[in-house]
Design a protein around this ligand. Structure first.
Ligand SMILES: [Zn+2]
Length: 301
């Protein structure tokens, strides 16, 4: 730390400064949740983050993911939608003098998963509300709270007249919930530090994480009239059969002997999910087609 005051600032003083920002943090989280940053709709939330970083005196770097630059990287996944108008935003802190100590990256994703069935929400998903000591809304937990936490950590230091003595990069990235290309683009953009912290709401400190594989299959059946259904092959039935077979693969991959060593302790590290299925034409025809999307995913990120 660089202290503007001559006196050494205690850890307790830093913690107290962070606690003093609680209302600020709640306000920022509510404002961020109100930006419906579903995949491909992250623009307004990212503009909010750019403004927030600028207000803290950070240098702001906004850049759009360039697929031609990340495609050759082993971490690349094919994108689903265009990156046009969906920038990554990085707030950059550089010390006034020579760097001392360790540099750090904070990385948080701004995208949120779909909101699901409206009937299951007691409040609109992007209309944050507070109940007890929790703020609810899509993305409040995963992981806008993490972005707020790293932002407030820096602000707390500022309130004490302190600043990190090495570079710190505050990354707000798009598209974590499927490809991870947002964080990858930061890496390819050559953001490097001695350590990186991703303040995901997973509890505790994790140093290893599973990824996700998406699998899209379109099953074509043998359509016949429902009255002779036994002579056809229903595309929906066959998709369900395929998924049942994938669940057997899931069981094999979760066998203790098949696990990667970092997940040896985990109760059920690999999970296949039949995330989306649609098919058929109407009730009295054996379905001719059934597109389905499966995912093999880890503990939620
Ligand atoms: Zn997350």
């Amino acid at each position: 730390m660089q202290a503007t005051a001559e006196t050494q600032t205690s850890e307790a003083a830093i913690v107290a400064a962070a606690q003093a920002l609680r209302q600020d943090a709640v306000r920022m989280l509510g404002e961020l949740v109100a930006h419906p940053s579903l995949m491909s709709e992250e623009r307004s939330a990212q503009a909010y983050m750019a403004d927030t970083f600028a207000a803290l005196g950070l240098q702001v770097h906004e850049f759009q993911i360039d697929e031609d630059r990340i495609r050759a990287h082993p971490g690349y996944s094919p994108s689903i939608v265009s990156y046009e108008g969906r920038p990554n935003v990085v707030g950059i802190h550089k010390p006034d003098g020579p760097s001392r100590g360790k540099s750090l990256i904070f990385n948080g994703h701004i995208d949120v998963v779909p909101t699901g069935a409206p009937a299951l929400w007691t409040h609109p998903p992007f209309d944050p509300f507070i109940e007890g000591d929790r703020l609810h809304g899509r993305g409040a937990c995963d992981m806008k709270a993490g972005i707020v936490a790293y932002t407030m950590a820096f602000k707390a230091l500022q309130s004490l007249g302190l600043a990190p003595a090495s570079p710190v990069y505050f990354q707000s990235v798009v598209e974590e919930e499927c490809t991870g290309n947002g964080a990858l683009a930061c890496l390819v953009e050559d953001y490097r530090a001695d350590a990186a912290i991703i303040p995901e709401p997973l509890g505790g400190i994790m140093t290893c994480q599973l990824g996700v594989i998406w699998l899209a299959i379109e099953v074509l059946g043998k359509p016949v009239h429902a009255s002779v259904a036994q002579t056809g092959v229903g595309a929906i039935d066959f998709s369900l059969y395929l998924f049942a077979e994938l669940k057997k693969l899931e069981a094999r991959w979760n066998e203790p002997s098949a696990r990667y060593r970092c997940f040896a302790h985990h109760a059920h590290p690999v999970n296949f999910n039949l995330g989306k299925i649609q098919g058929g034409e109407w009730a009295s025809s054996v379905p001719s087609a059934c597109p389905a999307t499966f995912a093999s995913a880890s503990i939620p990120t």
